[in-house]
Design a protein. Structure first.
Length: 347
C-alpha cells in the first residue's frame, strides 16, 4: 500500500495521523505506520528472547507488529554472516521480504566499521577517515569493496518474480554529532557530501532503483542552517529525517521546534519527513509513547517513527526502547496503539 513509486511523493495530508507502526503518513495513503525499531530488529529478538518465529515484544503488548522494520547492515562490509548485533543476514533478508509482503515498510542503516583503523563505527580517533575512502584516498579501493557488499545485499532483496523490494536506505546518519567516523568534527562538509554522493551513486550505478534515500541529522540545537549544512542536494535525498532520543518537557519542546523546521524544509524541497530514529533509552518514563512521542509529532506530517531495539536483557541490560509484557509502559503503549493517529502492520 505504500510503495507504488520508488520516489516518495509529497505528503498530502500535513496534519494526518501518525503511524502506529512506527508511525505515519505516506503519499497516497492517509496514514503510515509507526513502528518501534525495535523496529530495529523487532522480529529477531526482544527483551527476554531471541529468534523465535513470529515473536515481537510489541506484538505481545498490543496485538500487532510494528509497521516499520528497521535493520542494520553493520559488519556486512567484513563479509560476515551476521551483523554487528548478531543478526544473520539471511534471516534479515527473509524478515525484510516477509515484512514487505505483509504491507510493512523497511528501513536500513549501516553502522560501518572504521575503514582506516579497523575498529568500529564509533572510533573517532582519526579525522582523516572520510578523506581516505574518497577517490584518490589510501582506502578508496577497500571502501569500494565495502560498498559492493552493501549493494549485493540490497540487490538480493527481491520478490519471487525478481522485483526489487523498496527500502528506505539511511546511510551516514547523525552526522551533526561527532560520535561516528563520518561525524561533524571528523570531516569537512565537502568530504561528507562526497562520501554521500559516492555511496548513493554506487548503489544507483548497480541498478538499485528501489532505494528511498533518507538524510538524518541528529536532533539538538539544530536550526535550518545547521540541518542543511551537509545536505547533499535534492537529487541525492528522498526523505528528510531526524534522530532524536530523550524525555521531558525540554526535550519535547525542542523536538517539536525541530520537527516543525524539518516539516517546513520538507515542504520546500518536496520531501517526506520522518523520525528516522527515536526513543528513550531504558524507557524509564512509562508514559513516553503518548506523552512524548505522540505529542512531539502532533500536527507535523511525520511519515513514520522508528524506535530503537530491545536488546535481550541478558546481553545488554535495559537496552530497551519499546515495551514488553510486564513493563510499566504497557498500558500507555496500548493507548498509543489505539490512538487514531498511529498505524501498525495490520492497519
Ligand atoms: C546502537 C546500540 C548498539 C548497536 C547499534 C547498531 O545504538 O543499540 O548496541 O550495536 O545501535 O544497532
Amino acid at each position: 500500500m505504500y510503495w507504488q513509486s520508488q520516489r516518495l511523493p509529497v505528503q498530502k495530508n500535513t496534519s494526518g495521523p501518525f503511524l502506529r507502526k512506527q508511525i505515519l503518513l505516506w503519499p497516497g495513503c492517509s496514514r503510515l505506520p509507526a513502528t518501534t525499531n525495535f523496529s530495529l530488529d523487532f522480529p529477531f529478538y526482544g527483551h527476554s528472547w531471541e529468534y523465535e518465529e513470529g515473536r515481537s515484544d510489541v506484538k505481545e503488548v498490543c496485538g500487532d507488529y510494528p509497521a516499520v522494520l528497521g535493520c542494520d547492515l553493520g559488519h556486512i562490509e567484513l563479509g560476515d554472516q551476521k551483523n554487528l548485533d548478531g543478526v544473520p543476514f539471511d534471516v534479515m533478508r527473509k524478515a525484510i521480504t516477509d515484512h514487505y509482503k505483509a504491507g510493512g515498510i523497511v528501513t536500513i542503516s549501516w553502522h560501518a566499521r572504521n575503514p582506516l583503523t579497523s575498529s568500529n563505527a564509533w572510533d573517532v580517533s582519526d579525522n582523516t577517515v572520510v578523506a581516505s575512502v574518497l577517490e584518490g584516498g589510501s582506502h578508496y579501493d577497500l571502501f569500494q569493496m565495502w560498498l559492493d557488499k552493501v549493494a549485493v545485499f540490497l540487490d538480493s532483496l527481491r520478490l519471487e518474480d525478481g522485483t526489487l523490494i523498496p527500502v528506505i536506505f539511511r546511510p551516514w546518519h547523525e552526522h551533526t554529532g561527532s560520535w561516528f567516523w563520518w561525524g561533524r568534527k571528523l570531516c569537512s562538509s565537502q568530504e561528507y557530501i562526497a562520501l554521500w554522493k559516492m555511496t548513493v551513486d554506487y548503489m544507483r550505478n548497480r541498478g538499485l532503483d528501489n532505494l528511498i534515500i533518507a538524510y538524518s541529522p541528529n536532533y539538538g540545537g539544530l536550526d535550518r542552517e545547521a540541518y542543511m549544512e551537509r545536505y547533499p542536494g535534492d537529487d541525492y535525498v528522498d526523505l528528510l529525517g531526524l534522530d532524536a532520543y530523550g524525555d521531558g518537557q525540554e526535550f519535547l519542546d525542542m523536538l517539536r521546534n525541530e520537527l516543525s523546521m524539518v516539516a517546513q524544509l520538507g515542504k520546500e524541497h518536496k520531501k517526506a519527513i520522518a523520525l528516522t530514529e527515536c526513543g528513550m533509552g531504558g524507557l524509564g518514563n512509562p508514559l513516553w509513547f503518548t506523552q512524548i512521542l505522540l505529542k512531539a509529532t502532533e500536527g507535523h506530517p511525520v511519515s513514520y517513527a522508528l524506535v530503537w531495539r530491545n536488546a535481550p536483557d541478558y546481553l545488554m541490560p535495559m537496552h530497551i526502547f519499546a515495551p514488553y509484557p510486564g513493563h510499566a509502559s504497557e498500558q500507555d503503549f496500548v493507548a498509543f496503539y489505539q490512538d487514531s493517529r498511529t498505524l501498525f502492520l495490520n492497519d
